[in-house]
Design a protein around this ligand. Sequence first.
Ligand SMILES: Nc1ncnc2c1ncn2[C@@H]1O[C@H](COP(=O)(O)OP(=O)(O)OP(=O)(O)O)[C@@H](O)[C@H]1O
Ligand SMILES: [Mg+2]
Length: 543
Amino acid sequence: MISVSNVSMRYGAKVLFDEVSTGFSPGKRYGLTGPNGAGKSTFMKLLTGELDPQKGNVVRPKKLGVLSQDQFAFDAFNVIDTVIMGNKRLWAALEERNHLYDKAEMTDEDGMRLGELEGVVGEEDGYSAESDAAILLQGLDIADELHTRKMGELQGGQKVRVLLAQALFGNPPALLLDEPTNHLDLDSIHWLQEFLNRYQGILIVISHDRHFLNSVCTHIADIDYQTIITYTGSYDDMVIAKTQIRSQIESQNAQREKKISQLNEFIARFAAGTRSSQVQSRKKEVERLQVNDLARSNIARPFIKFEQKRPSGKYLLEVEGLTKSYEDDVTAVEPFTAGVMRGDKIGIIGRNGAGKTTLLNALLANSPTVPLSELRDTSGYTGDFVTGGKVVWGHEASVGYFAQDHKASIQKGMTVFEWLFQYDPASSNEEIRGLLGQMLFQKDDALKSTNVLSGGEAARLLFCKLMLQKPNVLIFDEPTNHLDLESINALNIALQKYQGTVLLVTHDHDLIDEVATRIWHVENHEVEDFKGTYEEYQAQVVA
Ligand SMILES: Nc1ncnc2c1ncn2[C@@H]1O[C@H](COP(=O)(O)OP(=O)(O)OP(=O)(O)O)[C@@H](O)[C@H]1O
Ligand SMILES: [Mg+2]
């Protein structure tokens, strides 16, 4: 059992949740929901103990399996080590032990300490750690030859599997997963659903994916109105139940507002008169009613609109016999030839590991406007992005790029306003504020540090950059990861209306369906070019 009592959390003026008491029991599978920035990841960090609540307390089992939202955090470690790190006590003991063994000379004290550490390693099954980790990885379909690779070399879907193995390492009685379906293709999501449905402990999972929540969850803990309400049933059941609660809360709010305005009227009318004690008591009452802002629903829709500073030429991009292979002779892209015309909206689809990001990188490496550093940052890769063939961009092309590891594209240690402003120092304060407001960074939020952005907020900030730069080509690598439903809809509409050219990698079928006019299907590193919509493509595949 994990139990939470009277927990409150706020940042500045923003109350995430106030006086929350709730519990999570074994055998039940909880979805933790709420729009971007609601406080889901924060709440999960309170549950794991990574953060302490500002008020109240949390009681948790000694061991927890955790998958955090940042799936790029372990890029520098190798796969087996990453899994073993799931047992923090063991990992710390192993590290310290190796450090002591590395010393040229050992003191008596060191010797004593080594004895203690061996004790910890024994208690935590450290002697079988590597083989235990390997067995988990095999179960999760990570081939043996990948076990000694660096995490940074794996592609998105494989990383998630390794991080799941990390969470599961040591059979924890509770599993806490923050957006595990990001970067997964449909088949992998199905696999994860089945896997989680068999898990016997306490499962708490954060997701914006309705289908996924419906197929996994027995309960939904929803963050809204500055509290957390747990509903029995899956996501769709919650939505129905919530409309009732919402109208109740909203009518309470309306009553309170009405009461305040009546009191204010009385105060205004008699302020100068003889009934001063009554006026005073009413002023107090108004103060009391106003202490807390009304708890409003946190659901909001951003307004995305992509424009082009100037359109590109008609022939946008010429790809001729493009290939890409890695040193160890792994071919990532087989020879590919295609021409892209202004206004094409290309949906790039394919299973995890098929080579979609590699293809994008090969195209981007030659683009006139995206610096190589933006590619290197995100893949950790430092070799060439193209092995053979030609990629030629039309000279008027200006490319805006949204990378898969989107958070790495935002420097830390500045305010949201400063970060955006650097991309167009000629723009006015109002322009920047206006853009940020459109993307739901209101007032003080513009001065928030880039260090603390939630996953969805970081994505919204990158959209601001693209709206500011007004490129005539937009390249997105899985933009809907981390986004809530409202934002995905806004993105969908914006891409449909955009007059420029779009290259879009996504596993979101609705988005592909409604935006793409052309499909590139990447399979076994080969690209199939289909000039038509997703629906037409599927019809053709079936036929
Ligand atoms: N240390 C901090 N200082 C100020 N604000 C913070 C801090 N940490 C988090 N926040 C803010 O708290 C809010 C909740 O963040 P959190 O990451 O929990 O959201 P989330 O519900 O997980 O959102 P998403 O769906 O986008 O991942 C965000 O607005 C975030 O910017
Ligand atoms: Mg989050």
